[in-house]
Design a protein around this ligand. Structure first.
Ligand code: FEO
Length: 401
């Protein structure tokens, strides 16, 4: 990705990472990602906002050269996760007089994660302004947007909000501005689901802060810049609301087909009642576990219910289903109902163990639907009643405003 100009004197100098397939060793990045860094040139000083993943340091340095950055007066760190701070040392080696700027928490974390001494920082707090000469950057800490140190910066004269991870997307492109294509919106949703869904109470406040600024552009640290901010602000409002859609997410594991019979019956009956079932086979191929559970998290952004389908293995759920349950609970989705279905061979404690694996999930628990061996016709008829009851609950929940 070359240096890309947002405005005269405001240039994106970061790097694309097209072939990154997984982030945080957890989240599938179907569309790759970018690490955005922004050069802001004032009349008296030049600032670089964030850096890039250490793997891409040379691209950053090359782009800074291409952008004509002869000097960097301020290196601003909005967040110390290494995909943004990993090239700070290299930038400081090239521009040793650059003043590091960040909040107290950023400075503390930079020492922890990158061994850059805290004393190296000029500390800024909420509302502090850095004057670049005709351009100013105001700092807006947004703690626990996902890390305690997340910070935004507001370039008032250009009405550009540098939002760091907030409003980002793992979406690699050679273009600077966001499109509203399906893939890019999906990437933004995926990103929201993994990074921000566990912190909705905080993120709601930060969304309001962003809205109050009325930005002309939102420039995040991943993916393209939103040059029509309403697109992403409106989506965040929807995702952060309590509203759910008539969707049931069903991650499933099947060893010999019996649990799959239950999944297929449940999904088809839900559909007959006007409820969508998103079934994800999380274990039949080795890569499915990471990919399909990652997609499951994104499915859960606005689904009304989660039903985990699993056979029993040594009395507990299948380990892949345990992983899905743990992940779903950790991400704190707004699902209103949680169910468990499955087949067991001769005995099971799956109802008790899955309850403990999903303690963090704030959803009404449905009575587990468990059968011994291959489901009988009589059991499938009972499952039809389970589906009708669940569909009624889901439809009622999705109509509530
Ligand atoms: Fe993109 Fe929290 O780092």
């Amino acid at each position: 990705m070359p240096a890309l100009t947002l405005r005269d004197g405001v240039v994106e100098v970061g790097s694309a990472h097209d072939d990154r397939h997984l982030f945080d060793a957890l989240m599938p990045t179907t569309f790759g990602t970018t690490y955005n860094a922004y050069l802001v040139v004032g009349k008296t000083a030049t600032a670089l906002i964030d850096t890039v993943d250490p793997e891409k340091t040379e691209i950053l340095l090359g782009n800074l050269k291409e952008a004509g950055a002869e000097r960097i007066d301020y290196l601003i760190c909005l967040h110390t996760e290494q995909d943004h701070s990993g090239s700070v040392r290299a930038v400081l080696e090239r521009w040793p007089d650059a003043v590091l700027v960040g909040t107290k928490k950023v400075a503390e974390f930079m020492e922890t994660h990158n061994h850059v001494p805290q004393e190296r920082f000029r500390l800024v707090a909420d509302g502090d302004v850095l004057d670049l000469g005709g351009r100013t950057l105001r700092f807006i800490p947004v703690p626990f947007a996902h890390w305690p140190d997340n910070t935004m910066a507001w370039l008032a004269e250009d009405r550009i909000l540098f939002s760091n991870d907030l409003f980002g997307s793992h979406y690699s492109t050679g273009k600077i501005f966001a499109t509203v294509g399906r893939d890019q919106l999906q990437a933004a949703r995926d990103y929201y689901s993994e990074i921000f869904m566990p912190f909705v109470t905080h993120v709601r406040k930060y969304l309001a802060k962003a809205r109050a600024l009325d930005p002309e552009m939102i420039a995040p640290s991943h993916g393209p810049v939103w040059f029509r901010p309403e697109t992403i602000l409106g989506l965040y409002e929807e995702w952060l609301s309590d509203d759910v859609k008539p969707v049931v997410v069903i991650p499933f594991v099947t060893m010999h087909g019996s649990t799959e019979v239950l999944v297929e019956r449940l999904a088809s009956r839900l559909a007959e009642h006007g409820v969508s079932a998103v079934c994800r086979d999380i274990a039949s191929k080795p890569a499915n576990l990471m990919l399909e559970t990652g997609h499951m998290v994104s499915d859960l952004v606005d689904a009304a219910a989660l039903v985990i389908a699993s056979p029993s293995v040594l009395g507990d759920a299948h380990p892949a289903a345990v992983f899905a349950a743990f992940l779903a609970a950790a991400m704190k989705p707004k699902v209103k109902y949680f169910g468990l279905i499955g087949s067991f061979g001769w005995g099971t404690r799956i109802a008790e163990t899955m309850a403990s694996h999903t303690v963090g999930l704030k959803a009404e628990r449905l009575e587990p639907f468990l059968v011994k061996g291959l489901p009988t016709e009589e059991e499938l008829v009972r499952l039809d009643a389970y589906a009708a009851d669940l569909a009624a609950k889901v439809l009622a929940a999705s109509k509530k405003r």
